[in-house]
Design a protein around this ligand. Structure first.
Ligand SMILES: *[C@@H]1O[C@H](CO)[C@@H](O)[C@H](O)[C@H]1NC(C)=O
Length: 93
């Protein structure tokens, strides 16, 4: 199975509570400076954006297994790079 070019994002319509939980969980494991003020993914300051960025960081760091993007069924793997502007979604840490 070719796992190249897979990223993890938050599933659309995920509740704010679940997004917050995911951010808190991921940021206990990965460096979340990207979504903090001054970070390149700080804007837009939505939970959906911030959760997606750090869920992907976690997914990449954990080894890109499909279960690393589960997040209680609130994660979604995508094959299109979600990067935008200066916010680069990391791949293969
Ligand atoms: C997180 O990353 C930022 C930017 O690269 C760096 O300045 C900071 O020292 C890092 N923090 C930790 C805890 O590694």
């Amino acid at each position: 199975m070719n796992l190249q070019g897979v990223w993890c994002i938050a599933r659309p319509s995920t509740s704010d509570q679940a997004l917050t939980d995911n951010i808190n969980y991921a940021c206990g494991i990965v460096n979340c400076s990207l979504i903090q003020p001054g970070g390149s993914c700080f804007y837009p300051t939505s939970l959906m954006n911030h959760a997606s960025v750090v869920m992907n960081l976690y997914y990449q760091k954990a080894g890109r297994h499909y279960w690393n993007c589960d997040f209680k069924n609130s994660g979604l793997t995508v094959v299109t790079d979600p990067s935008y502007g200066d916010c680069k979604y990391q791949y293969a840490l």
